[in-house]
Design a protein around this ligand. Structure first.
Ligand SMILES: Cc1cc2nc3c(=O)[nH]c(=O)nc-3n(C[C@H](O)[C@H](O)[C@H](O)COP(=O)(O)OP(=O)(O)OC[C@H]3O[C@@H](n4cnc5c(N)ncnc54)[C@H](O)[C@@H]3O)c2cc1C
Length: 238
């Protein structure tokens, strides 16, 4: 008889799907429960472009064996911002050399879905779950753990959370791999993995939330416009 799924992933977003894919690469049992009825575009997934950073989101894709597929879709010239004056004269380029190519949100989702066996994702399943992170066997990742004002980092944080949790889970699983199947032992190992993940995630999340609050404060301050212009203004002589 097949062993029951060990890990239930609630939500097939930029966090849940990379985590599923990473588990898939090492043969750990999982099922994704997704609220959307199907993979068809919804208002959220129709548009929106995301820049994936080298050390976080791109690293998760590399570890998931999806770097080549990502490169086929990545818009590497999309991370440059060309600043022109009102006559269209070139003034300055921001982001030159940044390793943060753009990909459409829907393309990213499809790329990840294509890497999973179809039966691993259960569509139209809006699960009710406790948000109590202290409940045994429950762990929060991505926006569920550290929602912030959009500041261009959310997807990168979410995908990196998936990678960190995966690394902690596999480290624990390796320790018990040779032993007999033991439900209590497996649960304890997962709890240790969750603890190690949270220790890593919390300061990272706090730093990003504070950065997002800082940006929001700046944008809504009385001289927010001046500060914003100063941020993107070409250096003197450029
Ligand atoms: C307008 C806007 C622009 C943004 N732009 C950027 C950007 O440019 N760059 C960037 O890095 N970040 C951006 N973000 C942030 C980014 O979208 C999030 O940080 C990221 O999507 C978080 O991923 P996630 O998987 O944690 O959550 P989500 O993307 O919210 O995915 C959660 C998934 O779970 C499903 N779900 C929810 N509840 C349930 C349930 N009860 N049962 C089952 N399934 C459920 C949802 O349908 C969804 O598929 C933006 C956010 C917004 C709102």
């Amino acid at each position: 008889m097949p062993r029951p799924a060990s890990i239930a992933i609630i939500g097939g977003g930029p966090c849940g799907l990379p985590f599923a894919r990473l588990l898939e690469t090492v043969g750990i049992e999982y099922v994704v429960f997704e609220r959307d009825a199907s993979s068809d575009p919804t208002p959220l997934f129709q548009g929106g472009t995301l820049d994936l950073h080298r050390d976080t989101a791109q690293e998760a894709l590399r570890r998931a064996g999806l770097a080549d597929e990502f490169e086929k879709l990545a818009r590497r010239d999309g991370s440059r911002i060309l600043i022109q004056d009102f006559q269209g004269n070139h003034r300055h380029i921001l982001g030159e050399g940044n390793d943060a190519p753009e990909i459409d949100r829907f393309q990213l989702r499809q790329l990840l879905l294509n890497s999973l066996p179809a039966h691993r994702v259960r569509w139209g399943k809006a699960l009710r779950y406790s948000l109590d992170p202290r409940a045994p066997g429950v762990v929060l990742l991505g926006d569920a753990a550290h929602l912030s004002t959009p500041n261009g980092a959310g997807v990168n944080m979410a995908m990196y959370d998936a990678l960190v949790l995966f690394e902690r889970v596999t480290a624990e699983v390796q320790k018990i791999q040779d032993g007999e199947y033991d439900e209590a032992g497996d649960a304890a190992a997962l709890e240790r993995a969750v603890g190690a993940y949270e220790t890593d995630m919390r300061p990272r999340a706090r730093k990003n939330i504070l950065k997002a609050i800082g940006m929001e404060d700046m944008m809504y301050s009385k001289d927010g416009l001046r500060q914003m212009v100063a941020m993107v203004k070409p250096p003197a002589g450029a």
